[in-house]
Structures are given as C-alpha cells and as structure tokens.
Unconditional design. Sequence first.
Length: 281
Amino acid sequence: LGLFHKSSLFKTESEVSVNIMDPVLEEVIEERSDEIEKEDPTESDDKYTEQEVEQLKEQLELFKTQAETMERVAKSLENLTSDQPLWKSLVKWVAGVAGAGTLFTLIGYYLTKALASGDDSSVGSGNTTSKSSIISQLAEFLQKVSDLVEALSDWLTTNQDETITLDNYAIPIADVVQSDLTAVETAFEGVESVTNELAALMKSDDTTVPVPTAKQVSDVITSTGATIAALITLTTNLETHLKNDADTYKPFQDLIDNVINSDKVLELQSALGVIENLPYE
C-alpha cells in the first residue's frame, strides 16, 4: 500500500517534528502500517470467503485513505501563515479526527481477520460479527466526519487573513467562528480519550489488538454526536448571519455553499443515529 514513509508521517520538509496528535497513537499507527501494508487478503483465499476478502480489502483501502489524510493535515499545519492559535488548534483537531478513524479501522481489520479465520488469539475471545460490524461502521463514519472537517479546516486556513467589517472595525473571520469551533473541538475530546486509551493498550502489547468495550463504543458515539451538534450550531449561526446581513458576512457564503452547511451535518447526524441503535454484543 505504501502508506507511510518510515518515520516521516508527521515531519515537515525541514524534518522538524509536527506534534499533531497523541504521540503513542501516532507511533502505533505508523508501526502497524508497516505490518499490514505487506498483507494481501487475496493471497489467502483458502482461509477467507469471497465476501470476507472484499471486506478486508475495503478496510485496507480505508486505512490508506485515512493515513493520507493525516499526511495532508501535517503539511497544512506547516503551511499556516497566521499566528492565530485557533488555526493551529483546528488543524491538530482535524488530525485527531483522522487518527481516531484510522485506529478504529485497524481494530476492525484485525477483528475481521480473526473472526474469519477462527483464530482469536490476537483479539481475545467473546467477540462477534456484530461487534466487528459496528467497529467497522464507526471507522467509516469517522472518515466521513474527517472529510468534512478537513474541508472546513482547509477553507478556513486558506481564508485565514479575511476579515468582515462590524461597526467600522475589521474583524478577523477567526473571531467570528472561534467560540463555535472551540465547542466543536471540546465535544470531540471524548473520542480522543477512548482512542488514546486503545492506542496505549495496543502499544503495551503488540501481539494483541484491544477490542473496544461497550462503554468505550458508547463514549465514542456520544462524543461524536456532541461534535456533530456543535457543527450544526456553527453552520446554523453562519447561515443566520448570511440571511440577516449577507453583505457583511459575504466571505462565509462560499463556505456554506460549497464546503459545509447544516444539511450536510444533519445527514451525518442521521447516519450516526443508525449506528447508535445497533446492539454491541
């Protein structure tokens, strides 16, 4: 797959480290990428059914996509020109979303392999296809969230020097969205906490893969739901500003028209509700 260049995932071109997520999570993802990039499920067709092979291939492809997202985010952090702390915080948060999705994809991949082969030595006993399915669905869902917030981050950082005029004062767009973006980042902390717990377990024992507990899955869903609710507030507030004073808030029109709006976020909310109602047992 060629997912990472060894020890270069979160390096700038000048080889200065960019710490954009929990270092243990970063290390686990990079180490496991070296392991699974050599795997080809089609070479074990005597072990897996055709459906299982396709599922494993899809998970590997998703892992590759998520890894590429993190590399892009690291480069975008390097290219920031504004000294506004909000932008750096935002970019690091986007990396955290991608990192969470990547780890869940890794766990889902190993769990799918274990259940398909009948060898649960790497994941422990008591796991079921329903658990595997929910973990995989969460990984795919987190990638959708990652795609959306990466697009949001890219737009905001591209337009980081834009201002709007209120009461004859030039107001940076960062000041307009800061409180809502801070709420979005804060809401996601529950996901990051679970992700870092699982990464630490994986790092401490590289022969096994920690399958999330029911509480951890519940915490991820709850925290992700709060994140989506905060994104709805962000987009709704901007849409209201544009409706009431389109000329003043004109710089945000392109964001709402082409990047993120309440309808797109509501679609995510609906999709998460489907996962939330599935039994994790």
